[in-house]
Design a protein around this ligand. Structure first.
Ligand SMILES: O=C(O)C(=O)C[C@]1(C(=O)O)C=C[C@@H](O)C=C1
Length: 418
């Protein structure tokens, strides 16, 4: 083993850095490598005994190390008992943790704070579900070379973008068979993210089970509630009048069947989920309509600048103090300007879900109050859209533009098997 002789001018800390592996073994023994405490004391040739300094020859040095080791170990035990594991004092001197060099944290750079990675690194895109979920495929379609970040809930995907853990989120809002994904409409209102794009994904469902399992063995089918709804008729046609159970996402259902070795349960999920979790495809294309499509929105912290050189869509949400009576006026603001609406959705007005209408003679009527969501085919850069919104604002007590973004114009490719 290489011998270690301290030079008079060196601190013990720098000596230990220079000869890390050997010193670690000398002081703390061969098994103690990770969390080292070092006494910061100056080597003084004139000091005979250790009292903050070490002796002048190799023998002194070694015994000082031995004293140090015992002090450090006992000090460490005390520190751990008291719960303070960061900095402590030996003989009045501060001790420091030495982190192994390979684990040292890297300082944040301006690049880590940039909204879109202009430095060439991958865009981080949050989606709900686990790998193999349709939302992961939608994230890949929206941002082809992205790093897809799985989130266990929609809310987490929103927060991942707000907290700069992700650059974008891609979340489903409606399906051609199952209808709206209401949770995401509510979350769009609760959070401050902007819709910066949309992507439509053909959804092709498979019935998955463990290898060797036959349809007759099944007494349960599990999947995301939307996927169960999209396959309802086909499951019945396949003779699968078994119990349906909803789980968080389709790929999560496949993972669950595989991880728990469930031979009586099938999952509805993608062919990619079958591959990832080692399941066989019992039936392919089990959605009730072969043209099954889910629409996803792309969300970012900043809006994009609306343009007029390609087809744009704008999404708004509004409410009115006098309830639904205003809806006709709002819709006419678009109709007069030849602006087509592509979607209307209403959700309970959370802050004021019910309005009481008192009529002294007849009694009290209760009206439900709503938030209305509208998507229309125009860009906020167009004067007709600006005028329409100016008019809408006159009739409404609350109006927010959720985003003005390019429409997904991907050519329609016929579904597999047609
Ligand atoms: O569970 C998944 O794989 C999802 O990506 C979620 C989801 C949805 O929320 O609608 C997405 C697309 C399909 O419509 C089915 C499920």
């Amino acid at each position: 083993m290489q011998s270690i002789s301290p030079s008079p001018s060196k601190t013990l800390k720098s000596l230990i850095s220079d000869h890390k592996p050997q010193i670690r073994q000398k002081i703390l023994g061969p098994n103690h490598t990770a969390r080292i405490r070092v006494v910061q004391c100056i080597y003084r040739p004139d000091s005979a005994n250790f009292s903050g300094g070490v002796g002048s020859n190799r023998h002194d040095w070694q015994s000082s190390c031995a004293i140090l080791a015992s002090k450090v170990v006992s000090q460490q035990q005390e520190t751990e008992k008291s719960g303070n594991s960061e900095i402590t004092a030996v003989n009045g001197h501060k001790t420091l943790d030495l982190v192994p060099i390979e684990n040292l944290p890297k300082p944040l750079t301006i690049m880590d704070l940039s909204p879109a990675p202009m430095h060439g690194s991958q865009l981080r895109v949050a989606y709900q579900g686990v790998p193999g979920a349709y939302s992961e495929a939608a994230a890949g379609k929206a941002y082809p070379k992205c790093e897809a970040i799985p989130c266990d809930q929609f809310e987490v995907a929103f927060q991942a973008v707000e907290l700069w853990i992700a650059d974008r989120a891609v979340l489903p809002v409606e399906n051609s068979l199952g209808g709206s994904i209401h949770r995401n409409y509510d979350l769009l209102l609760r959070h401050r993210l902007h819709i910066v794009g949309e992507v439509q994904l053909p959804v092709h469902h498979c019935l998955l089970a463990l290898p060797g399992v036959r349809k007759e063995y099944l007494n349960r089918v599990i999947s995301h509630p939307q996927a169960l709804a999209q396959c309802e008729l086909t499951l019945t046609k396949l003779g699968l009048n078994v119990c349906r159970e909803a789980v968080d996402d389709t790929a999560g259902a496949a993972e669950f069947v595989a991880a728990n070795n469930l031979r009586d349960t099938a999952a509805i999920a993608s062919a990619r989920a079958a591959d990832l979790y080692g399941l066989q495809i019992l039936a392919d294309g089990i959605q009730d309509d072969s043209g099954n499509v889910t629409r996803f929105v792309m969300l970012a912290r900043e809006p994009i600048i609306p343009r007029t050189d390609r087809p744009f869509k704008t999404s708004i949400v509004f409410a009115h103090d006098k309830g639904t009576s205003v809806l006709f006026k709002v819709l006419s603001a678009f109709a007069f300007r030849n602006i087509s609406l592509t979607k209307i959705e209403s959700r309970p007005h959370r802050n004021r879900p019910i309005r009481l209408v008192d009529d002294a003679n007849v009694g009290t009527a209760k009206h439900f109050e709503y938030m209305f969501y509208i998507d229309f085919e125009a860009s906020m850069a167009e004067v007709r859209a600006q005028n329409a919104l100016a008019e809408v604002q006159e009739f409404t007590s609350f109006l927010r533009v959720l985003g003005s973004y390019p429409m997904d114009m991907t050519p329609w490719s016929p579904p597999r098997g047609d």
